[in-house]
Ligand binder design. Structure first.
Ligand code: AMP
Length: 285
């Protein structure tokens, strides 16, 4: 397939498997970008990179019920199929995969993937079962699409580590590519959930990246004490009344273990509730 080929839209799991099988038989390599839709520049950057890395780009839109907890925003999550299809076409997606929840989780479904340690801290602590849902759907999508490479954003830093670990632990034959966080001019990390923010909340949410920037600045200036670094970030958040801080932590960039003394390769990560949006962001030290 080339850029001039029309984008193929696939809904059925068996059809997606058949498309993938045919492509592989033709000797084509496949890059894959899984998303939950309401596509923005962050998603599109992953897709543009995917196009460079393989002969064919498959992108999926699936709002995965298994990664939402009770009372979370599964029902209210933004769905914009027409807008997404339009953006996917323009960026040059070759195969757009829109599976139905009932086909991904048919009656009787009971098999889940748990990445036992990496899923515990940070978002895992306040969203029990979230990463089990993520790992399970990503493994299923990998088995359906059979990609050579899959691209994920560092915006969801813990998710990226969970997926890398799953791929190593289960000997999956796919290269995982982590891509930098794409931000608004204000520094706010792009997210489908930013749509929940009012103008005033959006301004306040700018403090999240400023807090992380402050931590990085102090780290680059030689401060290594994690508590002191976090205090400087916390001050930025409280001074600008950003919202309720769920967590603000510095952890090892690979194992996500807590650190008392920060070192290069560690990650400062936060989750803050701004209005009804729970926003996450991070910065690598
Ligand atoms: P989502 O639709 O939120 O599940 O995200 C789908 C993929 O896009 C995940 O790999 C995310 O990490 C990635 N992504 C979302 N927002 C951004 C962003 N602002 N910068 C880079 N990648 C992103």
């Amino acid at each position: 397939m080339t850029e001039s080929t029309r984008m193929v839209v696939v809904k059925g799991v068996d059809e997606m498997k058949a498309v993938s099988r045919a492509l592989r038989k033709d000797g084509k390599t496949i890059a894959f970008v899984p998303t939950m839709g309401a596509l923005h520049e962050g998603h599109l950057t992953l897709m543009a990179e995917g196009k460079k890395r393989a002969d064919v780009l498959v992108a999926s839109v699936f709002v995965n019920p298994a990664q939402f907890g009770p009372g979370e925003d599964y029902k209210k999550y933004t769905r914009d199929t027409e807008g997404d299809l339009d953006k996917m076409r323009r960026i040059g997606v070759d195969v757009a995969f829109f599976p139905e929840p009932g086909e991904i989780y048919p009656p009787g479904f009971q098999t889940y993937v748990e990445v036992t340690e990496l899923e515990k801290p940070l978002c895992g602590a306040s969203r029990p079962g979230h990463f089990r849902g993520v790992a399970t759907v990503v493994l299923k999508l990998f088995n359906i699409v059979r990609p050579d490479a899959a691209l994920f954003g560092k915006k969801d830093y813990q998710q990226l580590q969970v997926i890398k670990r799953m791929v190593r632990d289960l000997d999956l034959d796919v290269e995982i590519v982590g891509m930098p966080v794409v931000r608004e001019a204000s520094g706010l990390a792009m997210s489908s959930r930013n749509a929940y923010l009012s103008e005033e909340q959006r301004t306040r949410a700018g403090a999240l990246s400023r807090a992380l920037g402050e931590i990085k600045r102090k780290f680059d200036g030689g401060e290594r004490n994690a508590a002191a670094l976090l205090e400087s970030g916390r001050r930025v958040l409280t001074d600008s009344s950003a919202g309720d801080i769920d967590y603000l932590e510095i952890r090892n960039g690979d194992t996500l273990e807590e650190v008392k003394l920060a070192s290069p390769g560690d990650v400062a990560a936060l989750a803050v509730k701004v209005g009804r949006a729970r926003l996450i962001d991070n910065i690598e030290l």
